[in-house]
Structure formats: C-alpha cells, structure tokens
Design a protein around this ligand. Sequence first.
Ligand SMILES: [Zn+2]
Length: 350
Amino acid sequence: MKFDVTKKEAVILDPAKRMQVKSIPVEVRTDPLTGRTSRICHFRRLTFERPDLTRLIEASRTTCPFCPEKVLEVTPCFPPEIAPDGRLFRDDQVLFPNIAPYDGLGAVATLGSQHYIPMAEIEPQRIAGGIRLAMDFFHRARAIRHPESVYHLLSWNYMPASGSSLIHPHLQVFASSTAPNQLREELAAAKAYYRQHGNTYWDDLVAAEKAEGSRYLGRMGRIDWLAGFAPFSVAGDVVAVVENCRTLLELTEDDLKGVAKGLTAAMAAYDKMGIYNFNVCFFPGTEKDEFARLHMVFSPRIYYNPVLATPDTTALRTLYNESICVGFPEDIAATIRPEFHAPHHPDRGA
Ligand SMILES: [Zn+2]
C-alpha cells in the first residue's frame, strides 16, 4: 500500500512583509487505489463562522414539499409492482419517486417530518431508519428483477452548500446498471488490485491505516472509520469501510447502528468547526463483485465566500476533477478522532 506524497513549494515575495521571500508548501497526494490526485494547499484554520439560518429555514418551510402537510399531496407514486401503496413508509419517513430522476429507478426518502434538524442534532436512529427505508426500496427492486437493480446507490446532500435545493433532510436513493464515474473507476481499480494481490484493496487499506494510525479513527461493529488520505473535500473526508460487505442490501441492523453512530460522530466533529453542510455517498459493488467492499464517504462542504455564497467547487474541481484540501488529513483526523471515542450520549443512542 503506497501513500504517495509529492511535496512542492511556491515561492512568492510577500507584500505583508516588505516583499520578503516566502515559501508556501503544497502537497500532491495520489490515491493508492485509483491514482486520483488531491492537493493539500490553501492552508487555513478549519474554523468557520456559522450564519444565522433562522430566516432561511422559516421562509423555506411554507413551500416545502417534504413537510408532513404536503408530502403525500405533491410527491409522485411508484407503480404498484414497486410499491403497492405508491410509496414506502417507516415511522415518520417516506420514500417516493424522484420527480427529477437520475436513472430508470430513482427515489427520494425524507428523514422524517421535521423540516430542519441542525447537523449535530440528527439522531443516529433517524439516519439508520433512512438507510433501512432505502434498503426496503432496493430489496423490492431486486425482488421484481428490475433491470436497474445492479448498483444500489445512496447519497445525501445536506443543506445548500452540498447542492441540496431543499432544507428538509432527505436521502437520494437510486439503483442503476450504470455505475457513476468515481464508483466505476474504483471498481475497475479494485478488480485489478484483487487480480494482482489476491486481496481486497479495502481490506488492505484498513489494515495499513490501522497500522500507520495517523488517519485511523476507530471501529464500530464491523465498520472501520478513517480520514481520507487524498480527500475530495476542502475540509477532509471521513471514510467508512464495512468489512465483508459488498452491497447496501447486506447491511445488518448492527451495521446500520455503526454507520449512523459514526456519521453522527463526524457531524459533531465538523459542527464544532462551524461547518453545517455535507455530502455523503455509498460506494457498493454488485452482489457478485468479490473484489468490492461497501464503503461510504462523508464530505463536509463550505462556502469559499459565505457573503457571495461562493461554492467550494471551482473550475479545478468541476472540470479538471482535482480536489483540494486546506489542511493535512492527519491533523483533521486528530481533531475529529475524539468524537469517535466519545462516551455514548443517552439521548442520542442508535
Ligand atoms: Zn419541510
């Protein structure tokens, strides 16, 4: 396992110090699996001012299609072979077709009736319930042998900087025979790794990270948590790897608890930095991909300039597909690790 780092420096004459020579470090890191690079640069403190969101949240509530008084009126229904009642339900959570689907089989699941839940207050059992509801949908798609029931994909855009157009917390749930780019590249690389080494890349990664230690965050059930070596996010990524598991369909109740608990630990840690937006994606294989491991990436999102609502996805990220991270992942891991070992809070049990 090679964690390749190329150290560089940019030399400038610093106007704040009478044009004295100043060296600014830059690291280019190469993801050990895919070779994708990520730059550690633009160093800044990972503390952000959180704006008062009260007015934004209140204004969005009146027109919210996911609030309980509207959700069953304005959201579409599935044909009966997928959902006899049109939609799927668990507690106060509802799953229905995505009116703007990404593929032949797309759904959205609300995370309950509450219009806004601050990031650090989302209960683990609510997250576990949302994933369970998505699994209900995937199991139905599989049972009717739907042609898109190949990759079972689950993602979460939380709050506007993540790309979410709604405040109301919800999951994107879709099944597809076409793996999205990053997943397809990871699976191809993991397949090549398996053929070359006879091991699953993700098992080796967890072992290497555990031994090295600086990015390892902890284990919950059979889920290992890491800080990403070459992150996607400007504030670092939190990665979960589910041992011996290829697809979302295989997650057990214990796994759901572990995923939810780790996610809330990540949210609590980033909340302390003033961050309040994030993306989550699950990366499964197909059921037959012996080289695949279900893993999940939690990627916090910020505004580069909150006043202008400048997103953190610039031309570099969008068109060159190059990530930057403004802190060393090892330092970020040290900051967030305590939350993964925090004593269990009685009000927030999974
Ligand atoms: Zn709402």
